[in-house]
Design a protein around this ligand. Sequence first.
Ligand SMILES: *Cc1c(COP(=O)(O)O)cnc(C)c1O
Length: 244
Amino acid sequence: MYQVAAGIHNTEVSRVMLSSDYLLDASYLLKAITPATRVIFLCSPNNPTGNALDQAEMEKVLKGFPGPVVIDEAYIDFSPEFSFLPRLNEFSNLIVLQTFSKAWGMAGIRLGMAFASPAVIAILNKIKYPYNLNILTQQKALELLENLEEKDVWVRNLLQERKKLETELMKFSFVEKVFPSDANFLLVRIKEARKVYEWLTSEGIIVRDRSRILLCEETLRITVGTAGENDILLRALKNYGISR
Ligand SMILES: *Cc1c(COP(=O)(O)O)cnc(C)c1O
């Protein structure tokens, strides 16, 4: 989406690769900066790899680039210990993005949040659309925030299910690797990922085939579901194994 938004504004996007095990190398990223660089986006926990980026490396980026550094924390509710939000006061160029779309299960209310220094927020206030946040969304968000513990219960359940799914997935002979996740999904390297993807689709199970992304060859991104949904997935994979 950042690429789409940049395209609409006729702005060039420069992609900087993570290392082969999906780690951020700040010095490599900082070397890619040119006089034309206006803003840097980091996604942590990252999509589709699932891992949170290294805090010290992100700090080097924040200190090494004078312009805004946006950290997309869409998945941070699943690993709040990695959030940069508590450190907002340390970096005047830091913008943290969070959303109600993931852990809150409320993608439909279209509510995201930007946290930044007062100077940055003042600029955002100048360029935002009037009444950009409709009253129905506001009411729903306030309702959700009154039951914060409920979200924490959902997250705790999900983390348990993620652990179970990880353990079970590793037992399949065609699963080569389950990447460590700090998010609500698992990136899984699979032999003939496309075939598995098509099998699951035929069974009515939708996962994401991420194989076309560089460094993600032969991978599926599997969202952690409810206990029942995960069982259905595991049963389908078992049948795939048998049918081979
Ligand atoms: C889901 C997601 C978001 C948030 O999406 P919205 O529904 O527009 O709030 C942001 N960044 C990443 C990487 C995501 O996966």
